[in-house]
Design a binder for this molecule. Structure first.
Ligand code: SAM
Length: 171
């Protein structure tokens, strides 16, 4: 295991009914989720990336939406096993098109309502300056233990402020 991203990949169940990729990008995380779910729903604000993802995912039952993940409750109403957020910007893309703490927070709160009991939200959060704002938002989420267990995994001896993983398990 080399990174927070590798770590959250280890937590993806082998078999799921419905998974959501909240940050599809070019679809690498989505591919793993699609292989393990009956249905994958994905959100991405960059149309070109989404088109690349659609090609990668063509053999699977996938619905991809060129919308902000904070709109996810308009497209799915319940019964979700897992929601993944790989935050930040598209590697090799426009760094200005980065996830935003306020819409990420809204999406996480809506996502929790869509999950089955025992369903999980996986978040990879980065430590560039915009990412640090999202980490602060995550620290302040203040989700009650009745609603979900919230875990944070840090690469304690990693160099250059490595990304961290957050895991929410719905009660
Ligand atoms: C780290 S990349 C995701 C990488 C992707 N999962 C992959 O495997 O290629 C983060 C992505 O989030 C997207 N993004 C930023 N804000 C978003 C939003 N509000 N809703 C959905 N996607 C967003 C960016 O455009 C970017 O492609």
């Amino acid at each position: 295991m080399r990174s927070a991203l590798n770590f959250v990949h280890l937590l993806i169940p082998e078999k799921m009914d419905v998974a959501i990729d909240a940050t599809v990008g070019r679809g690498r995380d989505s591919l793993l989720l699609a292989q393990r779910s009956k249905k994958l729903i994905g959100f991405e604000i960059q149309k070109e990336a989404l088109q690349e993802a659609a090609i990668l995912l063509r053999d699977y039952d996938v619905s991809l939406y060129n919308h902000c993940h904070s709109q996810m409750d308009k497209f799915v109403k319940s019964g979700v096993d897992l929601i993944m957020f790989n935050l930040g910007y598209l590697p090799g893309g426009d760094k200005a098109l980065c996830t935003d703490p306020s819409t990420t927070e809204l999406a996480i709160r809506k996502g929790l309502k869509l999950l089955k009991v025992g369903g999980i939200i996986l978040i990879v959060a980065y430590t560039h300056s915009r990412g640090l704002e999202e980490i602060k938002m995550l620290e302040n989420l203040n989700i009650s233990q009745k609603e979900a267990d919230v875990f944070r995994f840090i690469h304690h001896n990693g160099i250059n402020q490595p990304p961290q993983a957050w895991v929410l398990v719905k009660k």
